[in-house]
Write a protein that binds this ligand. Structure first.
Ligand SMILES: Cc1ncc(COP(=O)(O)OP(=O)(O)O)c(N)n1
Ligand SMILES: Cc1nc(C(=O)O)sc1CCOP(=O)(O)O
Ligand SMILES: [Mg+2]
Length: 212
């Protein structure tokens, strides 16, 4: 199945003040309209990551929302996830495409560099991610592109564009107007008392889709 990459992209938090398990938090984000989920866990051991990723995959499958694994191509392949997100320290997108197949979602971090996105497109990526557009407590030292980078990327690339970094339901609209197809968010969803309502506030920023 080819996935349409549009709308809210929920990325799991590494630290949480939420009382509910991660799988319930993801269920709430999906209820609020998240269209893609990324399991991002930089700190846990293989066993814990594998167990968590499997439980999130079950939640995502029952909601027909694709699940992407951050960094870990082996884990994505082992559990049959829908794809992987890769950055500069991660495996090559060509290797990921070869391993996961033609339908897999292969996301690539491009930071503030259009040239990386052009390389990613040529390597068979499914989307290019740019950021951090605003200050982020998750990545305080990230580079800071201007929103105009999205407009430039829109002109030069066919790939769907993901914006990330410090995105709120207030500042997200300007990134969509500049050309973002998806807004990727951690804190603005998962550090909020009502996760479904927080997700919905982003979902309403996207123009309504007309059936094809
Ligand atoms: C959608 C999305 N965009 C960017 C990133 C960052 O990836 P990376 O630079 O590899 O950093 P880590 O997330 O691995 O710390 C992402 N995960 N998702
Ligand atoms: C994981 C990540 N990558 C970024 C990049 O710029 O590549 S910014 C970021 C953190 C996103 O979390 P929040 O929505 O809480 O700011
Ligand atoms: Mg990475």
């Amino acid at each position: 199945m080819t996935h349409r990459l549009h709308g809210l992209y929920a990325i799991t938090p590494e630290t949480s003040t939420q009382p509910s398990p991660l799988s319930d938090q993801i269920t709430a984000a999906i209820q609020g309209g998240a269209r893609l989920v990324q399991y991002r866990n930089k700190g846990s051991d293989r066993e814990r990551k594998s167990a968590e990723a499997k439980s999130l995959l079950a939640v995502c499958r029952s909601a027909q929302v694709p699940l992407v694994i951050n960094d870990d191509l082996d884990l994505a392949a082992a559990i049959g996830a829908d794809g992987v997100h890769l950055g500069r320290d991660d495996p090559d997108p060509r290797a990921a495409r070869e391993r996961l197949g033609p339908q897999a979602i292969i996301g690539v971090s491009c930071y503030d560099q259009l040239a990386l996105a052009m390389e990613a497109e040529a390597a068979g990526a499914s989307y290019a991610a740019f950021g951090s557009f605003f200050p982020s407590t998750v990545k305080p030292n990230a580079v800071r592109p201007a929103p105009e980078l999205l407009s430039e990327a829109r002109k030069r690339l066919r790939l769907p564009l993901v914006a990330i970094g410090g995105i709120t339901s207030q500042n997200g609209a300007l990134l969509i107007a500049a050309g973002a197809d998806m807004l990727a968010v951690v804190t603005g969803i998962f550090a909020q008392p009502d996760i479904a309502a927080a997700a919905r506030a982003y979902t309403t920023l996207f123009p309504k889709e007309t059936p094809r």
